[in-house]
Design a binder for this molecule. Structure first.
Ligand SMILES: Nc1ncnc2c1ncn2[C@@H]1O[C@H](COP(=O)(O)OP(=O)(O)OP(=O)(O)O)[C@@H](O)[C@H]1O
Ligand SMILES: [Mg+2]
Length: 305
């Protein structure tokens, strides 16, 4: 059985400028800004929420089925990666005349960052429609993606009776309270970080406690960085403490790694608490590695949780 993962697929190009932006950008000259930064180091990482979640799920021994968009111009590397994991790539859209979503980041010596984000193929992700009659999907996640894709995939999964996690992430501000309510009505679980949890409640005019009491909701998971997470189920809060991390190298993608573990456990029929314990362990491993898809996930981890 497969776990359907929708969300972004992206490339992250990360460069370092061994100087200080402030020394090159002169405040009195910003109206004619024309700067160039020499960046001797460059890394290109596979990223995007769907890709990151699929990575952790695959490493744990699960079967991700990615439904997301790549650009036809540069899809090859990502497709090859998925194929090397033995994944079914038939639900990966190759968007015509588009590049895959990508972020180009320059970091200076003070950790200031300048980022260009090109959404590219992600804006066409709604064109990938769940094929009728796929009986191999047991659950799904709707991770941050193009707006239309998120709305339409939620409808499709609900119609097909596929239970899913609603994971609005950084796309949450795109939706108003009524739209968020429709996602929540269709979802089985909600996964947010602390900040997103507050925004979700504010926009919907509700509380985490009340959300978790809604019929059809089995759990609301609120991740809390190093502190681990809170689980809300039927109005009760349970705190699951974080796992001490080794070296703190790069926090980006911890949320995605956590969700990969959550899906692994849910697919096995584990309690939410056991899923969250595994999520915290995997999240703590992730933070010691750069990028969203480079952390090792020892397979015994899945059994020990
Ligand atoms: N410093 C840390 N030490 C140990 N575990 C961590 C740390 N930061 C994050 N984690 C783990 O990763 C999970 C997700 O982290 P967090 O709550 O920061 O998500 P997030 O804000 O959505 O992150 P992002 O969107 O950048 O991936 C946490 O619940 C925890 O299990
Ligand atoms: Mg997040």
């Amino acid at each position: 059985m497969s776990v359907l993962i929708t969300g972004s697929l992206a490339f992250d190009t990360i460069t370092n400028f061994p100087g200080r932006f402030a020394q090159q950008i002169l405040p009195e000259q910003v109206h004619i800004l024309n700067v160039s930064f020499l960046v001797p180091t460059l890394r290109r990482e596979f990223g995007g929420c769907a890709g990151n979640i699929a990575y952790t799920l695959y490493k744990l021994g699960g079967t991700p089925l990615v439904m997301a968009a790549l650009g036809s111009s540069d899809a090859a590397d990502y497709l090859q990666r998925f194929e090397s994991w033995g994944l079914d790539t038939s639900l990966v859209l190759r968007a015509q005349d588009a590049y895959t979503a990508q972020a180009i980041i320059i970091t200076d010596l003070d950790n200031n960052q300048i980022t260009a984000f090109h959404p590219g193929a992600m804006q066409q992700a709604h064109e990938m429609v769940l094929p009728a009659g796929r009986r191999d999907i047991e659950l799904a996640i709707i991770a941050p993606d193009g707006r239309d894709a998120m709305l339409s995939h939620a409808e499709q999964f609900a119609d097909a009776g596929i239970p899913f996690i609603f994971d609005p992430g950084q796309q949450l501000p795109m939706f108003d309270g009524a739209e968020l309510g429709r996602f929540v009505d269709r979802a089985r679980w909600i996964a947010v970080n602390d900040y997103e949890g507050r925004m979700l409640c504010e926009r919907m005019g509700t509380t985490l406690e009340a959300l978790s009491r809604r019929p059809g909701i089995d759990g609301v998971v609120v991740t809390l960085g190093a502190e681990g997470c809170d689980l809300w189920q039927r109005g009760e809060r349970l705190h699951v403490p974080g796992v001490p991390a080794g070296e703190i190298v790069d926090p980006t993608g911890c949320g995605d790694a956590f969700r990969g573990a959550l899906l692994y456990g849910l697919a096995k029929g584990w309690t939410l608490e056991r899923c969250a314990r595994l999520g915290n362990r995997v999240g703590a491993l992730k933070i010691s590695h750069r990028g969203g898809q480079n952390h090792p996930v020892p397979s015994p981890l899945a059994d020990e949780a």
